[in-house]
Design a protein around this ligand. Sequence first.
Ligand SMILES: Nc1ncnc2c1ncn2[C@@H]1O[C@H](COP(=O)(O)OP(=O)(O)OP(=O)(O)O)[C@@H](O)[C@H]1O
Ligand SMILES: O=C(O)c1ccc[n+]([C@@H]2O[C@H](COP(=O)([O-])O)[C@@H](O)[C@H]2O)c1
Length: 222
Amino acid sequence: MQPEAPRLLALFGGTFDPVHLGHLRVAWEAAEFLDAEVRLMPANVPPHRPQPQASAAQRLAMLRAALRGQDRLLLDDRELRREGPSYTVDTLTDLREEIGATRPVVLLVGADAWSGLPGWHRWQDLFGLAHIGVLTRAGHEPREPAELQRQVAARRTGTVADLADSAAGRVIDIRVSALEISATQVRNELAAGRQPRYLVSDALLAEPSLLSAYAAPGSQRD
Ligand SMILES: Nc1ncnc2c1ncn2[C@@H]1O[C@H](COP(=O)(O)OP(=O)(O)OP(=O)(O)O)[C@@H](O)[C@H]1O
Ligand SMILES: O=C(O)c1ccc[n+]([C@@H]2O[C@H](COP(=O)([O-])O)[C@@H](O)[C@H]2O)c1
């Protein structure tokens, strides 16, 4: 009898400032599509963007609250234990040291992040460490700069089973529900003194201290 193939492990990195229903739903759909263990992984110091408004501890607390009550989506806090810019290539190298070279890993990125991949630190090395799953994102047309197209042409597959055949190196497009929600929108709602109801998990609204990093000074929310 063939030994059972190890389950796919998928990492969904982000700033999560704060985590919103767009993140949660697309991660859920990716977990179903890939039949993978999906881990949401907050960046400590996100590279290539302004630094988050909420601290790492606050972003982690919001993620914990949002993920409570289910076990399909998990939390991975490895980047919060590392100082300096949270480069994904370093994170995947660290993960490989922990789990070894053979288990298939899928790095999940939204379509907007994917377009910017050639700007990432040592981006070409990412393909040696993980597969990449590109999630559609409402409001962000798929765009692939020429250097990314060249790198990806021979790697793309439409078949999940291909991801189990190797530890890394394939690219798969994952069509998920179009939920045009962003953390920027949530921060703006809160800064204007409004509730981000139905944009974030109810668990975040139930505990007002969780969203306190975004409140307008002196604002009163109902
Ligand atoms: N609504 C969404 N649909 C699909 N992917 C998403 C969605 N929101 C975020 N993502 C993806 O989740 C990852 C983490 O995103 P991030 O934490 O920066 O959230 P964001 O909403 O884009 O934040 P901000 O508005 O602060 O830029 C990225 O790969 C991003 O493309
Ligand atoms: O490694 C890099 O150079 C790099 C550059 C930009 C983004 N990332 C990662 O991409 C993920 C999504 O980033 P963001 O800024 O959309 O939250 C998050 O895990 C970041 O650490 C990584």
